[in-house]
Design a protein. Structure first.
Length: 259
């Protein structure tokens, strides 16, 4: 890639780029993400970065896994942040590569604050988040004038692994489309809270597993039956879950199944 033709920014030694790798498909990488992969001396990547994307790192770059997965032994966030600081202070170009977007439930803000506190120069490079890209690959537009003019993104678990203490009734009342990240384990409890707040039991729900990858699966069900249907179908994480009437467009717009 000719970075001079595009006037792309210099990736300076001793700095860290926090980069979104998108939801999986390498074709969804941004130009800046490719530029960073081509320049980085060290790539510190998370659990949701596709192996095909890691293969794009320049020859000789050090690849370090620093993934966090719910319910599994994972590096501590302070240790990951400290590692980024240490690599930068060695004079390396450090690429912190995260699935989706680094600042949408990706702890990019936490890592950026740690770098700022340590006086390490950094850049944040947005990526396509699964809540938009994953749904698009399932034929579900996040918004549509006839179905939804608002959408809420919410995480399915808090830092301790429990259902987050967000205002579920307010979300249920105010958002025609709800997109839930990392929620498969707590789906039954989340569905119960949304139904208790007034969402219809028959409201359509789409559960997309391994979005935008060759292993993508899409399960369309209802809010009342979502947790049981996911279990029966053997749906596996990572998933992105969409609640709302807009899910009905999947049947007509499922372009990937026809590709």
């Amino acid at each position: 890639m000719d970075s001079t033709r595009l006037a792309l920014p210099e990736f300076h030694p001793g700095s860290v780029w926090l980069v979104g790798a998108g939801p999986g498909d390498p074709g969804l990488l941004t130009v800046l993400a490719l530029h960073a992969l081509d320049r980085a001396d060290a790539v510190v990547y998370d659990a949701l970065v596709d192996s095909r994307i890691l293969a794009l790192a320049r020859a000789g770059a050090a690849l370090e896994y620093a993934g966090k997965r719910g319910g599994r032994p994972s590096p501590r966030q302070p240790d990951i942040s400290a590692r980024l600081v240490a690599l930068a202070r060695e004079g390396r170009r450090v690429l912190r590569l995260k699935g989706g977007d680094p600042c949408i439930f990706g702890r990019g803000g936490e890592e950026a604050l740690a770098l700022a506190d340590a006086g390490v120069p950094f850049r944040i490079v947005p990526g396509i988040t699964a809540g938009i890209g994953g749904l698009a690959y399932a034929g579900i537009p996040v918004t549509h004038r006839d179905y939804a003019s608002a959408v809420t993104f919410v995480t399915g678990h808090d830092s301790g692994g429990a259902v987050p203490s967000v205002d579920w009734p307010a979300i249920a009342r105010g958002s025609p489309v709800i997109v839930i990240y990392m929620s498969l384990r707590h789906l039954a409890r989340i569905a119960d809270r949304l139904i208790a707040a007034g969402r219809p039991t028959a409201e359509p729900v789409a559960i997309i597993s391994r979005a935008t990858t060759p292993d993508q699966r899409v399960l369309v069900t209802t809010l009342a039956e979502a947790a049981g249907a996911a279990l029966a179908a053997g749906i596996e994480a990572p998933t992105i879950i969409c609640v709302g009437e807009i899910v009905r467009l999947h049947r007509t717009l499922d372009w990937l199944a026809r590709d």
